[in-house]
Ligand binder design. Structure first.
Ligand code: AMP
Length: 506
């Protein structure tokens, strides 16, 4: 039997007349219309010679049509390659040369530059797609047949390539299979109790695993509806929340909503679930959200290479500052960096993951794949974690963000949590900066609450009562905002560059 992800979704559709997408203007797209539109796109791709295993790349603004393109690519058995809309021409040139897609879809405004890049990279077909759904892609699908027989696929055939955000060196293409996506969507439907009566507020970008796979595939497999916003906008979210039952977001969505006085218990009383992931949700935000709305945000942990790994429980204690338990079918172990042996319970170790969710390897990088995937199938995530007595996993930071000061390991997450608990601290990040004496100096970067007059010495004094001396930031800098990427992750690499001379020029 074919394991094509779309066939799996198709077979699970019970009510073709049910609404899949609700646009903010009130117009709707049914599951039946979704099948027809993706069939038209798939017929076009087939007619342009897209074969199983080929790549179809897109760098476009978020639109329903971009979702159709993803699903149509899966239907023809090719691999979908979504690209962050903020990548520059130089970055795009790299991706096109590395992935060699047969088709590239770009925003109409970027068509001329893309044309040149496609010629250089040998891309056979270039189409345009604007956020409002217009462009040469839609014109080319007009009149195409509305039926399509999905190309049969095996579970470990490629469904997508997602380039990692590349915070260290060149970004790598994670090869994601049909089984990775189907198994993960199944695990999330079950764990988060998604059903056809759900209406998911979707305000995430769709070039990333969170918005494209976690949100969309879960909704599709459950037969749920999505309110599909072009981007996150607090006012729009507040306007549309009364129509939704669930929301998935990055932590900044929730902290921004909390700045709006009209975001209150009455507005979200009817909601079933708020999910957070892609970056750490601070315990402060978790608590403030619960105090304001009565809802405990459900935090989960995943990554491009592995899809979703762990989740706080649907029923039971959703513990602030933790990412919960392994999802059904997923195994987690924590290992020692040097010996690779499993660390005793309660100790910090490298998070390793095994299961049907774990990707197939990095595109055309067999050595990197071999370095990060162990022979027994565990993927070395690069995240450090600790598991408490009750089995809850907490992430203490990326291994590369670990600070070694005077020979002591300092885990940024611990210092950040202590900083955030100080009155007047709105947001913060903790990094290591070169230090002539200590090797690295623990360095805090803080955004103050409006009107707060916190000083560096007051913060250091407060932390001294909470943390061992070597963990207390040697310097604290104040900024208006922290640099974040589109998924809300703090760009620590850029902070390290900014503060590299904090303790004297290097
Ligand atoms: P990406 O591949 O862009 O999805 O980034 C994955 C990384 O985001 C993980 O390896 C973690 O470092 C981080 N991440 C994802 N979810 C969480 C979470 N709930 N808490 C802390 N970090 C997270």
């Amino acid at each position: 039997m074919s394991e094509n992800l779309f066939t799996v979704i198709h077979n699970s559709i019970k009510k073709p007349e049910a609404v899949f997408i609700r646009r903010p203007d009130g117009t709707a797209i049914t599951y039946d219309a979704l099948c027809q539109a993706t069939a038209q796109f798939a017929n076009l791709l087939l007619q342009r010679g897209v074969k199983p295993g080929d790549r179809v790349a897109a760098q476009v603004e978020k639109s329903v049509e971009a979702l159709f393109l993803y699903l149509a690519t899966v239907r023809v058995g090719a691999a979908f390659l979504p690209l962050n809309s903020s990548y520059t021409g130089t970055e795009l040139a790299y991706f096109l040369k590395d992935a060699e897609p047969r088709v590239f879809v770009t925003d109409p405004g970027a068509a001329d530059a893309a044309d040149q890049l496609c010629k250089e990279a040998g891309v056979a077909h270039l189409f345009t797609l604007a956020q409002d759904g217009t462009g040469s892609l839609m014109e080319a699908t007009e009149g195409a047949p509305i039926n399509f027989e999905d190309v049969p696929r095996k579970g470990d055939d490629l469904a997508a390539i997602l380039y990692t955000s590349g915070t260290t060196g060149r970004s790598k293409g994670a090869m994601i299979t049909h089984e990775n996506l189907a198994s993960n969507a199944c695990a999330l439907v079950e764990s988060w109790r998604f059903s056809e009566s759900d209406i998911l507020l979707h305000a995430l970008p769709i070039f990333h695993t969170h918005g494209l796979f976690v949100a969309t595939n879960t909704a599709l497999l459950a037969g749920a509806s999505m309110i599909f916003l072009p981007a996150f906008d607090s006012d729009e979210v507040i306007r549309l929340l009364p129509q939704a039952t669930t929301m998935m977001g990055v932590p900044t969505f929730y902290s921004r909503l909390l700045t709006q006085p009209e975001f209150d218990q009455a507005l979200v009383q009817h909601m079933r679930l708020f999910v957070s992931g892609s970056a750490p949700l601070s315990a402060e935000t978790h608590k403030a959200f619960q105090a304001r709305t009565g809802h405990a945000i459900l935090e989960r942990y995943g990554m491009t290479e592995t899809n979703m790994n762990t989740s706080n429980p649907y029923d039971g204690d959703r513990r602030a500052g933790t990412v919960g338990f392994p999802l059904p079918g997923v195994e987690i172990r924590l290992t020692d960096g040097e010996t690779a042996s499993v660390v005793p319970q309660g100790e910090i170790g490298m998070i390793e993951i095994r299961g049907p969710n774990v990707f197939k390897g990095y595109w055309r990088l067999p050595e990197k794949t071999a370095a990060e995937l162990r022979e027994d199938g565990f993927f070395i995530s690069g995240d450090l974690g600790v598991i408490d007595k009750r089995g809850y996993l907490s992430i203490v930071g990326r291994e590369k963000d670990l600070i070694i000061s005077g020979g002591f390991n300092v885990y940024p997450a611990e210092v950040e949590a202590a900083l955030e608990a100080i009155d007047g601290v709105s947001e913060c990040a903790v990094i290591g900066a070169p230090h002539p004496d200590f090797g690295e100096g623990v360095t805090g970067v803080v955004v103050r609450d409006e009107g707060a007059d916190l000083t560096e010495s007051a913060i250091r004094a407060a932390l001294k009562t909470e943390l061992a001396a070597y963990k207390v930031p040697k310097r604290v800098f104040f900024v208006k905002s922290l640099p974040r990427n589109k998924m809300g992750k703090i760009e620590k690499k850029s902070l390290r560059e900014t503060y590299k001379d904090a303790y004297g020029a290097t």
